[in-house]
Design a protein around this ligand. Structure first.
Ligand code: MN
Length: 277
C-alpha cells in the first residue's frame, strides 16, 4: 500500500509527525507537505512560480519518506499523486491543529489536500483535532488508523472523501495514560460553524489604512447529527463529503425562472445544436 500524507500546518508540525508514526504499519508512507504553515489557504494552486521539492533525510519516522515542498497542500498532493508517489492508494491530510467543521471546509488547506486527492481519483481523509496549546494528537491518529484500514478495505465512491474531527481525550494530557480499548465516533453531516463578522481597520505609521479580517467562533445550536454537535459533546466526528456541489432542488426550480431575452434548452445526449448568445 502506498500512502501519501500532507498537511497545512507545515512539514515540521507535530500533528503530521504523529500521523506518520501511527500509519507506517499500513504500508509505504510518503510525507509530502508544505515547507511552512499554509493554514486557511484553501485550494490555492501555485501556477506562477516554480515548485521546489526538498527530500528531508533523517526526519521523522525512519519508515517514511519526507519531502518538503515550497507550495500549498493542494500543490503537494498534485505533485505526490502525479510524480513523487504514482499509484498512491490513499491520501491523508492532517492532523490539523484546530478543527475543520461546517463551513471551515471551504477555507481549510487541510481539507483541500484531501479534496485534491479525491479530484484525482485517490481515496482521501482529512483529519483535525482541537486547537489548544498542549494537545495530544494520538487519539486523532488512532481513529485515523482505523479509518485508513476501513477505506483501504471498503474503498470510497469516486469524488468523495472523509472529513474527521477528533476532540481531545478527557483527562490530563500530561499523564501517560493507556488509550481506551474501544473508542467512540459519530457519522455526521456538516453543521454550520459561524464566525463573528469582523473587519478591523487600522492606520499604519505612514497614515495609510490597513485591515485585519476574520472574527472569533460564535456558539451555534447545531442539531444532533452534525459534526459541530458531535465534537461539542466530546465525540469524534466523521463526515463524508462529495465534490459535486450542484444543488439538486434548485436545479429543479430554476427552469421556472423567466430570463428576459433568453430561452432554456434541454440538451439530449449526442445532440448537436447551434448555441450562442
Ligand atoms: Mn492548519
Amino acid at each position: 500500500m502506498k500512502i501519501v500524507l500532507t498537511n497545512d500546518d507545515g512539514i515540521r508540525a507535530e500533528g503530521l509527525r504523529c500521523l506518520a508514526e501511527h500509519l507506517v504499519d499500513l504500508g509505504d508512507v510518503w510525507v509530502v507537505a508544505p515547507d511552512r504553515e499554509r493554514s486557511a489557504t484553501g485550494h490555492a494552486f501555485t501556477l506562477h512560480e516554480p515548485l521546489r521539492v526538498t527530500p528531508l533525510h533523517g526526519h521523522g519516522h525512519k519508515n517514511a519518506r519526507w519531502y518538503s515542498v515550497s507550495g500549498t497542500p493542494a500543490d503537494c498532493v498534485y505533485l505526490a499523486v502525479l510524480e513523487l508517489c504514482k499509484g498512491a492508494d490513499l491520501v491523508v491530510s492532517g492532523i490539523n491543529h484546530g478543527y475543520n467543521l461546517g463551513s471551515d471546509i471551504f477555507y481549510s488547506g487541510t481539507v483541500a489536500g484531501a479534496v485534491e486527492a479525491a479530484l484525482r481519483g485517490v481515496p482521501a481523509i482529512a483529519v483535525s483535532t482541537a486547537w489548544a496549546k498542549r494537545i495530544d494528537f494520538a487519539p486523532a491518529a488512532r481513529l485515523c488508523h482505523a479509518l485508513c484500514h476501513a477505506v483501504l478495505k471498503e474503498g470510497l465512491p469516486p469524488q468523495t472523501l472523509l472529513n474527521v474531527n477528533v476532540p481531545p481525550a478527557p483527562g490530563d494530557p500530561r499523564k501517560e495514560e493507556a488509550p481506551p480499548a474501544t473508542g467512540t465516533l459519530c457519522w455526521t453531516r456538516l453543521g454550520q460553524r459561524v464566525y463573528r463578522d469582523q473587519v478591523e481597520s487600522r492606520t499604519d505609521p505612514r497614515g495609510r489604512t490597513y485591515y485585519w479580517i476574520g472574527g472569533s467562533v460564535e456558539s451555534t445550536n447545531d442539531p444532533p447529527g452534525t459534526d459541530m454537535h458531535a465534537v461539542h459533546h466530546g465525540l469524534a466526528s466523521v463526515t463524508p463529503l462529495g465534490l459535486d456541489m450542484t444543488h439538486a432542488d434548485l436545479l429543479e426550480r430554476l427552469p421556472g425562472w423567466q430570463l428576459q431575452g433568453f430561452e432554456a434548452v434541454l440538451l439530449q445526449e449526442h445532440q448537436v445544436v447551434a448555441g450562442g448568445l
